[in-house]
Ligand binder design. Structure first.
Ligand SMILES: Nc1ncnc2c1ncn2[C@@H]1O[C@H](COP(=O)(O)OP(=O)(O)O)[C@@H](O)[C@H]1O
Ligand SMILES: [Mg+2]
Length: 325
């Protein structure tokens, strides 16, 4: 997988992190990695907190839920989505840019917990990219982040043996739970400048004889420049530049007087979940309530027991045959 440097496909089950100040190129670089996943058809899940990734569907078939471009997404549907994507091989982007932190934590907590359970019974490779990782795996937080933090820790510690890998993306590594972040075996360090942020990297590089030189380099990095730090797994500590993107990067800051050229996106059919008792279709087009407000809820279409009508007809026919009527 060429992202400006060669990465092995085993990245899919690895624990990774992308760190850098805002505007340093984290989302752009993560997008380059994800483009390679899409080319190789390696399944992934992406939690897109800023709505920066829908442009991937300019060239690739990828399910998008939430945000301005995706099918509607409900914060309470985490478990349902984990079940729905577990069996299929396609990848999915959850654009939660329209939610508050509590909604994001609720959704991703139940989603990750369920996904971990499913993978622990039936191992298969899948990677999870988490943008703004400090939101769902905070160092200090409220009860609302408890489930997502526990699930995140489990995946970073034990997910690999069940096929699950994860990349934590953050501009504030000091605010990401230390137990979670310290598991990273493949860290991409882009430009950094804050003292607390650099302190995290300083600790990470503590055993490197050329630590001062490396830190000095990071301070001077241009957008897109990156240090690949993977001393144990890839046995590489190397500066590179993330390659040019093949799809539209929606993370660009809008500029005054400059028209944003949105690309044409490929549309994918929404997921359909079927159980014997009910058919839940996730991602029906948004409907409008009396007040005219948008209802971003997945629609429970019917709760039909398909065996019922057959049983009634059978009983009537039997009745006739036996001369009851
Ligand atoms: N490797 C790169 N090559 C060219 N432009 C880049 C590169 N990385 C980032 N950029 C540009 O820099 C800006 C910020 O990048 P982005 O990835 O959105 O930053 P952040 O670190 O905040 O996620 C964007 O306009 C993007 O197009
Ligand atoms: Mg970003």
């Amino acid at each position: 997988m060429n992202i400006g440097i060669e990465l092995p496909q085993q990245y899919v089950t690895q624990k990774c992190a992308i760190l850098g100040v805002t505007g340093s190129g984290k989302s752009y670089g993560a997008g380059a990695i994800i483009e390679e996943f899409l080319k190789e058809k390696i399944p992934f899940v992406l939690l897109d907190v800023m709505g920066a990734h829908y442009g991937l569907s300019e060239k690739f078939d990828v399910l998008i839920y939430g945000g301005s471009k995706g099918h509607p997404l409900d914060p309470k549907a985490g478990e349902l989505f984990a079940e729905a994507i577990f069996d299929i091989n396609s990848s999915i982007i959850f654009d939660v840019s329209h939610w508050n932190d509590f909604e994001t934590q609720e959704f991703i907590g139940s989603f990750l917990q369920k996904l971990f359970n499913l993978h622990s019974h039936d191992k298969k490779p899948r990677h999870i990219f988490i943008e703004e990782a400090e939101v769902v795996f905070p160092q200090t937080g409220f009860d609302s982040s408890k489930q997502s933090l526990l699930a995140g820790n489990k995946i970073m510690k034990r997910g690999r043996s069940f096929g699950l890998g994860m990349t934590l993306i953050t501009q504030r590594p000091q605010d990401v739970n230390k137990k979670t972040l310290s598991q990273s075996q493949c860290t991409f360090i882009l430009h950094m400048e804050g003292i607390q942020e650099l302190e995290v990297v300083n600790k990470m590089l503590r055993n490197e004889p050329n630590k001062v030189e490396l830190l000095d380099g990071i301070l001077k990095y241009q957008t897109g420049d990156c240090l690949l730090y993977s001393p144990a797994w890839l046995k590489r500590i190397e500066k590179f530049r993330f390659r040019k993107r093949e799809t539209y990067h929606a993370g660009d800051t809008p500029e005054l007087g400059k028209q944003i050229q949105e690309p044409l996106l490929r549309q994918m059919q929404p997921l359909v979940i079927q159980t014997p008792q009910q058919v839940n279709e996730l991602g029906m087009p948004t409907s409008t309530t009396d007040g005219g407000e948008e209802e971003n809820k997945y629609k429970e279409i019917v709760s039909v027991n398909t065996m019922m009508p057959i049983a009634v007809i059978f009983a009537i026919l039997t009745g006739f045959a036996l001369g009851w009527f």
